[in-house]
Design a protein around this ligand. Structure first.
Ligand code: HEM
Length: 362
């Protein structure tokens, strides 16, 4: 097993060493169980207690703020979860997707697959970053804030609570438009493309099916799925569901959107897999998980057993969240998540920055 599922707080205390205790106590509002990765699944340089002394309230600051944000608009949870995926798949989980570009120097954000990322998600990450830095100094990376925000998005939408390794550093540059296109799979992707794309990140077939379960929350725009409606209707689509989609998207380029999970659109649960079994999902990339025999078995098992889905989802998220991370002295801790430090006019020099980081560590 990749991690232990801890059923109650007393058994949690027995199972985890004293070192982790203060960290775990931060989860005073925990569901009845939390998922904890075991040490062999944590990459070198990351740790479960990374900010224990540098920023002990980090996780409660993030949770408290996001609770307020999601109370206003639960859709933002989906936006944050997707940003973490798009960050990790291009140059690794090092916050490169957060950097804003310019007309002459377009960033990852301007690449086609990222145009439907929610602008608010970047603002929320910047707000969190500012909040955390006002309390702890510039010690927490934007990449870690993004990973924590995704984790909270899952938990606060009704999904599993889990603990993630921290200690990521921020990348210095963003990826090219070509790198985004090559690494973020399109919704029109078929199963072999999806499997290859995930395998390139060392994510296996179960990880692919489990991570696609993130489509239990959030929305999709017509242009992401009208390939299945026009000019010919995809025979794998449930016909009544297809008629509903045609009403929402009367033509190929309609600018409307609809929810990804028709059963419980804002709740993180296993209903996406029930949608799949009923051929009521939006994208070819979703549908193919049911059409292909090997993934169909996994889909069916998740549709029947939500706990199993949660377990595999957490395992896969922890894996995805550690793809090509920067650790130690590689990269930087950005002062502003939208700008790398070398382009940040408010930072006087790299020397000042290093002094700042060292001082904050003391
Ligand atoms: C398996 C390959 C995947 C493909 C092809 C894919 C594709 C897409 C597309 C096209 C959208 C809708 C964009 C729009 O039209 O607005 C979307 C939404 C979303 N995706 Fe994925 N996705 C994949 C995997 C993932 C993974 C691994 C995660 C996270 C772990 C994820 C999380 C989300 C979320 C939460 C939304 C809703 C976003 C919102 O409401 O703003 N997706 N995805």
């Amino acid at each position: 097993m990749a991690f232990s599922k801890v059923v109650s707080l007393p058994s949690l205390f027995l199972a985890i060493s004293c070192l982790l205790l203060p960290f775990l106590l931060a989860f005073s509002e925990a569901h009845s169980h939390s998922y904890v990765p075991s040490s062999e699944h944590i990459v070198k340089g990351l740790s479960l207690s990374f900010y224990e002394t540098k920023c002990p309230d980090l996780e409660s600051i993030v949770r408290k703020h996001l609770k307020k944000v999601f109370k206003e608009d639960i859709g933002q949870a989906a936006g944050l979860l997707r940003v973490h995926f798009h960050d990790c798949f291009v140059q690794g989980c090092e916050g490169s997707v957060l950097i804003a570009g310019t007309a002459s120097d377009p960033s990852e954000q301007e690449a086609l697959p990222n145009l439907s990322l929610r602008a608010e998600a970047f603002e929320i990450i910047n707000d969190l970053h500012e909040l955390v830095h006002s309390q702890c100094g510039r010690v927490v990376s934007c990449a870690d804030i993004t990973a924590l925000a995704a984790r909270e998005a899952v938990y606060l939408s009704g999904g599993p609570e889990y603990i993630i390794p921290l200690g990521r550093r921020d990348g210095l540059t963003f990826g090219t438009q070509a790198a985004v296109l090559a690494n973020i799979p399109a919704p029109t992707s078929n199963i072999s493309h999806l499997l290859a794309s995930f395998a390139a990140k060392k994510l296996d077939v179960t990880d692919l099916v489990a991570l696609s379960g993130a489509h239990t929350i959030g929305r999709g725009h017509c242009t992401s799925f009208t390939n299945r409606l026009y000019p010919t209707q995809d025979p794998t689509l449930d016909p009544i569901f297809a008629d509903d989609l045609k009403e929402i998207c009367p033509e190929k380029n309609s600018t409307h959107f609809t929810m990804l999970d028709i059963r419980t659109p804002n709740r993180f649960d296993n209903k996406y897999y029930v949608d799949l079994v009923n051929r009521e999902v939006l994208f070819t990339s979703d549908e193919d998980l049911y059409t292909y025999e090997k993934t169909r078995e996994i889909v069916e098992s998740f549709a029947e057993d939500q706990e199993l889905f949660f377990e595999k989802f957490v395992h896969a998220m922890i894996k995805m969240g550690q793809v090509s991370v920067l650790t130690g002295s590689v990269g930087e801790i950005r002062a502003n998540c939208s700008v790398s430090n070398s382009n940040n006019p408010s930072l006087v020099s790299v020397v000042v920055e290093e002094d700042y980081e060292t001082a904050a560590e003391l």
